[in-house]
Design a protein around this ligand. Structure first.
Ligand code: S5P
Length: 473
């Protein structure tokens, strides 16, 4: 049986001593039973080629980004090969800023808000990648993904996730030692030593340089790769409201009258266009006028869940022509990434934002932890159209450029007759990390919806201020 590519690469790296096992002491004086020195691969063009081809398949060919940037120095030649293979421009980060000339830390041509894929050899704590990301950010570049050869599994992946960087690695330390064990390159004893070492030795947790839940909305604008997310952060910061009204009424006058009253207190209105009894085209014209007048966005809560082709038709055609008036839409990840691919292709006009459902508020829903994680990782490939996630918990995602939209909120904890679970503003904003909070019947069913909208707006904003002041946990 032929070796698969990953095994082939592992054995080659072992044969050139890029991967060693024994008693080693790192630069910082820490003892380690495994040592990696991938710098040597520059002497082996076939291994360089194999490594870059595999990284290309893993993390480059289906990703959307404007530039590649290798972390100096080991990853630079690999980044160069990938840049040529992907036909994407490369950026180079200087480790030492020049003391003469332009003092630029990033070399190459780029525009503000361009996106960048990071290439690195090994991560332990993730700090080298974070240094590069910081420099890129200072130049106005946005980074959400890193492609690496080996994850030492000592906390780097988690440190990077906290800072909004999703890591894709060819090997983890565990997969690597399993391959080497299988091919009898290392003994069972080494495997046990390395596994014990991994369980006991974690790299330091890196302070959350850019933790989502404590950054104010205005500071998150620059992290956002989606235009609608930027607009929404901006609106929230200027209007001082994170309230999204779910206008689940069935007559157009009811919705428009309500928005006349509460428009100034909300950052977004959420519609279910298909529950309206008297829909006419002029409804959306008037809706848009109100949105412009009061400066709020329109989210059509269509919860698309079909194959990409059908969804692109549902989005752009039919009675409602949602694509013509909604700023953003809700989408299920259930059908797989074709749904995002389709929406990406038909979203070049007015609507540009997607809130992907990663969790639901209803009792007994079938979403699992794995479904949630895969939803979040699916989104990272479509950073330009993803505004954020519909979810309930702050650890669902870390990227400060994305927005957590949380429904199931009322001033008191309760339930409706069909399993909807309501939590309080304090719970969803302070504890659970909600950025935009969806309130429907809490306002629409109130005797005086306007007074109630103000009550929600004030309560939710107070909780947000409490959260960003760092009084968490
Ligand atoms: O998990 C979810 C996702 C959504 S978008 N739970 C929800 O309740 N929603 C929507 O939020 C739901 O379709 C409804 O429009 C709104 C909540 O309304 P409320 O009246 O229960 O506040």
């Amino acid at each position: 049986m032929g070796l698969d590519k990953l095994e082939d690469l592992a054995l080659k790296l072992f044969s050139i001593d890029a991967v060693k096992f024994g008693d080693f002491t790192t630069k910082t004086g820490i003892k380690t039973p495994a040592y990696f020195d991938l710098r040597v691969i520059v002497s082996y063009p076939d291994i360089m080629e194999l490594t870059s081809n595999m990284l290309y398949d893993l993390a480059v060919k289906d990703s959307q980004f404007d530039h590649l940037c290798g972390v100096p120095y080991t990853a630079l030649p690999i980044a160069t090969l990938l840049s040529i293979q992907a036909k994407k421009p490369m950026l180079m980060r200087r480790k030492e800023t020049k003391s003469y000339g332009t003092k630029k830390s990033i070399e190459g041509h780029f525009k503000k808000d361009d996106t960048c894929l990071i290439i690195e050899d090994v991560i332990t704590s993730g700090s080298s990648i974070l240094e590069t990301v910081k420099d890129l950010k200072n130049e106005g570049l946005v980074t959400t993904e890193a492609a690496i050869i080996l994850d030492r599994e000592q906390g780097g992946r988690e440190n990077l996730a906290k800072n909004g960087i999703h890591v894709k690695s060819l090997f983890t330390m565990r997969t690597l030692i399993e391959i080497l064990k299988k091919h009898k390159k290392i003994t069972d004893e080494i495997v046990v030593t390395v596994k014990n070492y991994l369980n006991e030795t974690k790299a330091p947790v890196i302070e959350k340089l850019m933790e989502r839940v404590i950054l104010p909305y205005e500071k998150r604008i620059d992290f956002a790769t989606n235009l609608v997310a930027r607009q929404l952060f901006n609106i929230m910061a200027t209007k001082k409201t994170n309230l999204c009204l779910s206008a689940d009424l069935t007559m157009t006058t009811g919705i428009l009258d309500l928005l006349e009253k509460v428009g100034e207190h909300i950052c977004m209105v959420k519609t279910h266009i298909d529950i309206i009894d008297d829909f006419r085209d002029d409804f959306v014209v008037r809706l848009k006028q109100l949105a412009d007048r009061f400066n709020f966005l329109i989210l059509e809560d269509r919860k698309y869940a079909d194959i990409g082709h059908t969804v692109s038709l549902q989005y752009s055609k039919g009675l409602y022509k949602i694509g013509e008036w909604a700023d953003c839409v809700t989408v299920h990840s259930l059908p797989g990434e074709g749904i995002l691919k389709a929406l990406n292709g038909s979203m070049n006009c007015i609507t540009k934002g997607v809130f992907l459902l990663a969790e639901m508020s209803s009792e007994g829903n079938l979403i699992t932890q794995q479904y949630k994680q895969e939803t979040v990782s699916m989104a990272s490939k479509y950073a330009n159209i993803i505004t954020g996630f519909v979810c309930q918990n702050k650890d669902t995602f870390q990227n400060p450029g994305l927005i957590q939209l949380t429904p199931g909120v009322q001033l008191e904890c309760s339930k409706d007759d069909f399993g909807q679970i309501y939590k309080t503003p304090e719970k969803v904003v302070v504890e659970n990390g909600a950025d935009v909070i969806v309130v429907g019947r809490g306002i629409t069913a109130a005797k005086n919806p306007e007074v109630q909208a103000v009550a929600y707006k004030d309560a939710l904003w107070k909780c947000y201020i409490k959260r960003i002041s760092g009084k968490l946990e």
